[in-house]
Design a binder for this molecule. Structure first.
Ligand code: NDP
Length: 315
């Protein structure tokens, strides 16, 4: 495994992180989830991602239980707050009340005294940014959160938060968690430049476009039975990628990977890691073998010629 510094901090995260959305507490059995997390840890992954909302807290419980046997200093755990956790008017968003309560609920489920990264899972138009950042800053001062992150915030929203943090001398955002993969690249235009200027890294989610960039979904063929796309509990978001236009590109990308003697998933992960502002590619995995295959991407270096070929395919 290789490790990169997270933004301007001294924290180092593995180039591959393991997440828990749609998998643990949902479509993957607990025993398998623990085996995948153990495999990731064994292969040097030190960065694990979850959220209060994943399977309504069940993902946090499984990730926390799986990691408990390892020394606390040996892993970095991130969780998030924003999406509804109940039907009440204060059961969502980034208000002081909800953030405060949810962080404590997450710590309880994770069986931890602190989380390494606490993300605002989305921007909350109904709460002033200073209210949210001051609350998280209080949690930082109480030793319950070490680093502040945001997820899928625009460049403007990130700039607003930096201005507020500097005005009130609050802990600054050091990481953003957007979707980024060969098929979804909006962050390149504005988000990455603003983050680069301000010592903020990206930990990017769905680097494999939910499995589409492994090449296992083929034009005109049935969905593999054991895949996310075939699982009614998990297949809502992947549909947007499953069309001929995308799958033709995937076929061409597979040829590029084959020429390099690597798999398409390794090519897709090496491609997001070519960006110096990306600290880590945050994968999901439904079985240990996927982690074994995917971590090998950290040793793949893509030449200018290969990158140009990929641009041609994606254009
Ligand atoms: P990926 O793009 O890595 O997709 C992961 C899925 O692809 C796996 O669960 C598996 O599904 C399949 N897969 C992975 N590797 C292989 C392989 N080598 N061969 C074949 N299939 C493979 O990421 P996710 O979309 O799962 O997102 C990763 C993490 O990012 C989440 O767990 C979560 O922690 C975070 N996230 C954050 C969001 C946010 O808003 N901040 C939003 C979404 C995700 P299967 O075997 O079932 O087909």
């Amino acid at each position: 495994m290789k490790y990169r510094k997270l933004g301007r901090t001294g924290l180092k995260v593995s180039e591959i992180s393991l997440g828990s959305w749609l998998t643990y507490g949902n479509s993957v059995e607990k025993e398998t989830a623990v085996r995948v997390i153990d495999k990731a840890y064994e292969l040097g992954i030190n960065s694990f991602d979850t959220a209060n909302v994943y399977a309504r807290g069940e993902a946090e419980k499984i990730v926390g239980e799986a990691l408990r046997k390892y020394p606390r200093e040996s892993y970095v755990i991130a969780t998030k707050v924003f999406w509804p956790m109940g039907d009440g008017p204060n059961d969502r968003g980034l208000s002081r009340k909800h953030v405060f309560e949810q962080l404590h609920a997450s710590l309880k489920r994770l069986q931890l005294d602190y989380v390494d990264i606490y993300y605002c899972h989305r921007y909350d138009k109904e709460t002033p940014v200073d209210e949210t950042l001051r609350t998280i800053d209080d949690l930082v001062r109480q030793g319950k959160v070490l680093y502040v992150g945001v997820s899928e915030w625009t460049a403007q929203q990130i700039q607003e938060a930096l201005g507020v943090a500097d005005h009130y001398l609050l802990d600054r955002i050091v990481v953003n968690q957007p979707q980024y993969n060969m098929l979804h690249r909006y962050i390149e235009k504005e988000v990455i430049p603003v983050c680069e200027q301000n010592g903020i890294s990206q930990i990017v989610f769905s680097p494999l476009a939910q499995g589409v960039l492994t090449g296992k979904y083929k034009r005109g063929q049935a969905l593999p039975a054991d895949s996310r796309a075939a699982d009614p509990k998990a297949n809502t978001f992947i549909q947007g990628f499953l069309n001929d236009e995308v799958l033709i590109k995937v076929e061409q990308l597979e040829k590029v990977a084959a020429e390099l003697g690597i798999t398409l998933s390794q090519l897709a992960l090496a491609w997001v890691l070519r960006q110096p502002n990306v600290a880590s590619a945050l994968i999901g995995a439904s079985r240990p073998e996927q982690v074994e295959e995917n971590v090998k991407a950290v040793d793949v270096v893509l030449s200018e010629e290969v990158l140009e070929k990929i641009e041609g395919i994606l254009a």
